[in-house]
Design a protein around this ligand. Structure first.
Ligand SMILES: [Cu+2]
Length: 276
């Protein structure tokens, strides 16, 4: 049942969950207050008889305990399922790479197009965000989509969502990250797929940043690896560690590559892997 604004694949889930959580908490809170008032007048010391003093009911006590436990464990399970949906994305139609940096959001689209504090997204498509911070912990928050995810240094986090309604929505950083934290925000522009593809191709091609392949050549990876080498099936985090913190013969690229370049190399390596 959809009773709330349907702006992303999560907005309805989260709103329903919050609504039932508020209803359940209200019932429990009101129940306790009513019980306090009723019991304190009805069983006031002046009125208490011997039979009341002796009354105990294990059934009642366990009933309350187990009953509330079941209700709130159900909420827990429900919330966990919504969370799993966020982190176990479906096959993405488009990927976006997100870099948090004091104090701005940088978004790289698959074709190399870069936006700062502005994010174009296609409506009705599954988007997978791979995110990393270049300094401290940030958190990417889309209030209208009812979704947020921390953006950490030294580790990739992912977020998957499907915007379901076109429009312009704000995005924020929700992890206090210093002086201009409150200014670390932007606008999400959800447009139809055609407009999205136009938006991301409408940029100055001469300003195009180096691609993963360019970087693979520029940083001499090719002297030891061939461009079509079959790299092992490693997670993004492990590939990142192999490049920035190698354990054996390979030199470390920690202070050579930026996070943006590292991510591009990883995407390039994964591409050549699937091509073979
Ligand atoms: Cu921040």
């Amino acid at each position: 049942m959809k009773i709330f604004a349907d702006i992303s694949s999560f907005s309805n889930d989260i709103d329903q969950f919050t609504m039932w959580m508020v209803i359940a908490s209200t019932i429990v809170t009101v129940g306790i207050i009513v019980a306090i008032i009723v019991f304190s007048t009805r069983y006031h010391a002046s009125k208490v008889t011997e039979s009341v003093k002796e009354f105990t009911s294990w059934k009642l006590e366990w009933g309350f305990l187990v009953g509330t436990l079941i209700v709130f464990m159900a909420f827990f399970t429900w919330a966990t399922q919504i969370y799993r949906k966020q982190i176990k994305p479906l096959t993405p139609d488009y990927k976006v790479f997100v870099y948090g940096k004091r104090w701005m959001w940088k978004f790289h689209h698959q074709n190399g197009f870069v936006e700062i504090n502005e994010l174009h997204l296609p409506v009705g498509k599954n988007i997978r965000f791979t995110m990393i911070s270049e300094d401290v912990i940030h958190s990417l928050y889309f209030p209208d989509f009812r979704i947020k995810q921390d953006v950490l240094p030294e580790r990739y986090t992912v977020l998957a969502l499907k915007p379901t309604k076109t429009g312009t929505y704000p995005l924020f950083c929700t992890e206090y990250c210093g002086t201009a934290h409150s200014a670390m925000m932007g606008a999400t522009k959800v447009v139809d797929e055609k407009a999205y593809l136009e938006a991301i191709t409408l940029y100055d091609k001469t300003q195009k940043e180096l691609s993963g392949r360019d970087l693979f050549i520029k940083h001499d990876c090719v002297t030891c690896h061939t461009a079509d080498q079959q790299f092992r099936q490693l997670s993004d985090d492990t590939l990142r560690a192999s490049i920035l913190y190698p354990t054996k013969a390979m030199p470390s690229y920690k202070n050579v590559l930026t996070e943006e370049e590292t991510m591009k190399l990883i995407e390039y390596i994964k591409q050549t892997r699937t091509r073979l």
